[in-house]
Every structure is written in structure tokens, then in C-alpha cells.
Design a protein around this ligand. Structure first.
Ligand SMILES: Cc1ncc(C[n+]2csc(CCOP(=O)(O)OP(=O)(O)O)c2C)c(N)n1
Ligand code: SF4
Ligand SMILES: [Mg+2]
Length: 313
């Protein structure tokens, strides 16, 4: 797949060093920390939250421009724990809501958070459409291979043979490969990281946030309550191997190369599988509105709306 020419972007994701409104006070973890997380001891989601604070602290996005949206699940409690605009929405519906926010408010930095069930099961269809439309936002999926909140059902990423409340005999179903789904549907930034690898997770989040388009980071995040040890195969101190993608060897602009990486058996590799620049829906809509306004002799947005209503009569 070749990368199309980028459409001029009126707003680019940039750290707010250039943004006078956010010079004071400096955004710190202390300021960003809201409620005390209610996750079980050792849950991988704690590390994801800590990493998110760390990266926001580094990038210094304007505090009042940060929006966190989530569906339902343990991981989807995320917005409660971040002192920003936040919405805990309907199971699987974080992305359509985040899409609307991103399209209507280009000044905001929109983040969506959720689990494997929320993102790949009930919300799977929404994920496809947010990806193909290349909506400018960052989506973090805390994949634990299980439905944690509802106490141990098979999820779309549970491995074959994994026993759960819904599959006491072991799951028959082939799991979704999130990297392949994201590549096939058009996500323009696709990465994979591990909650036990803090430095790597920080890097992936930072690169995702700075990407101008639909950026997704799948984060392997252990459910210590219902699926302990699920990702030990990538934890060196537990005998696993954490292998990162060598970008001097892997061409991140090639979806074919990314597909090959996504085919590797568990634990696979970690890093940026794919990144491309193609027009976001945000930019295309903005350009279309600006062009129409110009064509109509500098019509205001209100004029455009009235004209549209008249045409619909
Ligand atoms: C419409 C709807 N269907 C089902 C549920 C029940 N439900 C809540 S969370 C959840 C799955 C959570 O799994 P996941 O998204 O993987 O998050 P985790 O808890 O593992 O972080 C389900 C099925 C719901 N809340 N709403
Ligand atoms: S049930 Fe699992 S995913 Fe949910 S908080 Fe506990 S350890 Fe985390
Ligand atoms: Mg889950």
C-alpha cells in the first residue's frame, strides 16, 4: 500500500512548549493524578497509567486540551484516574464518541482507552471505521486476553484452549490478531508494547501521540486476577524474551513487512509495526469546509449550515 500525499493540517499534534496558554503551571504527574486506581494489586493497567502520566509530563500538552474517553471494562476505568476531561462511556463505544470529539474540536488531544473485549469484540466494528477514516486520536488497548471486569470470560484475543467461565472446556475459536486487523482496516500508526517494559511503553505512547492520524498502541497488560502469567513469555526475569523491532531492518512504511511481523508466533516482537502519513478525516473535512466558504464568497459556518438546511427542505 503506498502512502498518499498528506493534506495540509490546520492543527498539528505538538508539545505545548509552543503554546502560550499552557506555560503555567507545568503539567506534572501530581497534577494529572486524579482518583486512586481501583485495579487489583499487580494489574498491568497501573503501569500503563504511570506511563501515560510520564509521557504527558514530557510532552507538556496543554492540560485543558486533554480528553480521555473509554468504554466499559477494568481498563476502561482509565479516565477516572486522569485529571483531565474524561468520559466513561458505553461498552465498545469509546471510539465513535472520541471520533466526534476529535472531528468537532481540532484543538483537543483525544485519547481513547479500553480492553480487548471493548475494542475487538463489541467495539470491533467501530475500531475498523475509526481506522479506515484515519481519525486523529490515540487509542490505547490494554490487552489482557480476558474479560477482567466481568470476571473471566473468553475474549477475542484469548488463545485457543484457554479455559474460562464461558469456555470451561477451553476456547475453540481462533483469536483476533490485533496488528493484522489494524493494518487491514487502515490504521496509520500501529504499535505493540508490554506493560512490564516501561521505557518501551513510554516510547510507543510518545510516538503515537505525536502521530497525525489514527494511532493505536496494543499494550499487553496482565490481568493478575484472572489470567496471571499471560505475557510472561516476553518478561526476561520470568524466563521470557522481550524482542523489539529493529527499525534499521524493518521498514515501518511497509504494511507487507508489518504483516510478516504480525505473523510471528507468541511472544512476537514489540515496537512500531507500521506508520504512514495519509490524510486524516479531520483535515479533509476542514479543507472541504474552508473551500466551500471561499467558493461562497467568505460565507460563515452559520451561513453554510443555513444553506444546507434550505437545500434539505
Ligand atoms: C452493552 C454491554 N454489554 C456487555 C457488558 C458487560 N461487560 C462489561 S465489561 C465487559 C468486558 C470487559 O473486558 P475488556 O474490554 O477486555 O476489559 P478488561 O476488564 O479486561 O480490562 C463486558 C462484557 C456491558 N457493560 N455492556
Ligand atoms: S480483574 Fe484483572 S484486569 Fe481487572 S483490575 Fe483485576 S487484575 Fe486488572
Ligand atoms: Mg480484557
Amino acid at each position: 500500500m503506498s502512502a498518499a500525499a498528506p493534506v495540509a493540517s490546520a492543527t498539528t499534534l505538538t508539545p505545548s512548549a509552543a503554546s502560550p496558554e499552557s506555560v503555567e503551571p507545568r503539567l506534572t504527574k501530581k497534577i494529572l493524578t486524579a482518583d486512586h486506581p481501583t485495579w487489583c494489586p499487580g494489574c498491568g493497567d497501573f503501569a500503563v497509567l504511570a506511563s501515560f502520566y510520564k509521557v504527558l509530563e514530557k510532552l507538556q500538552l496543554p492540560h485543558e486540551k486533554i480528553v480521555c474517553v473509554a468504554g466499559i471494562g477494568c481498563s476502561s476505568r482509565f479516565p477516572y484516574f486522569v485529571n483531565s476531561h474524561g468520559i466513561h462511556f458505553i461498552h465498545g463505544r469509546a471510539l465513535p464518541l472520541a471520533t466526534g470529539i476529535s472531528l468537532s474540536r481540532p484543538d483537543l488531544h483525544v485519547f481513547a482507552f479500553g480492553g480487548d473485549g471493548d475494542g475487538f469484540s463489541i467495539g470491533g466494528n467501530h475500531l475498523n471505521h475509526a481506522a479506515r477514516k484515519n481519525i486523529r486520536l490515540t487509542y490505547v488497548v490494554m490487552d489482557n486476553f480476558v474479560y477482567g471486569l466481568t470476571k473471566n470470560q473468553t475474549s477475542p484475543t484469548s488463545p485457543v484452549g484457554r479455559k474460562s467461565k464461558t469456555d470451561p472446556q477451553g476456547s475453540f475459536d481462533r483469536p483476533i490478531n490485533p496488528m493484522k486487523q489494524l493494518l487491514a482496516t487502515g490504521a496509520s500508526f500501529v504499535a505493540r508494547t508490554h506493560a512490564a517494559q516501561v521505557a518501551h511503553m513510554n516510547q510507543m505512547f510518545e510516538r503515537a501521540i505525536l502521530h497525525d492520524g489514527f494511532s493505536v498502541v496494543e499494550c499487553m497488560s496482565e490481568c493478575t486476577m484472572f489470567y496471571p502469567g499471560a505475557f510472561d513469555d516476553a518478561v526476561p526475569r520470568k524466563g521470557g524474551v522481550f524482542e523489539t523491532i529493529d527499525e534499521t531492518q524493518h521498514d515501518t512504511s511497509s504494511d507487507v513487512a508489518a504483516w510478516a511481523l504480525a505473523d510471528l508466533p507468541a511472544p512476537g516482537k514489540y515496537g512500531v509495526f507500521y506508520q504512514t502519513t495519509r490524510p486524516t478525516k479531520n483535515a479533509m473535512e476542514r479543507n472541504y469546509i474552508a473551500e466551500t466558504q471561499a467558493k461562497l464568497g467568505g460565507a460563515s459556518q452559520k451561513d453554510l449550515l443555513r444553506k444546507r438546511f434550505e437545500a434539505m427542505r
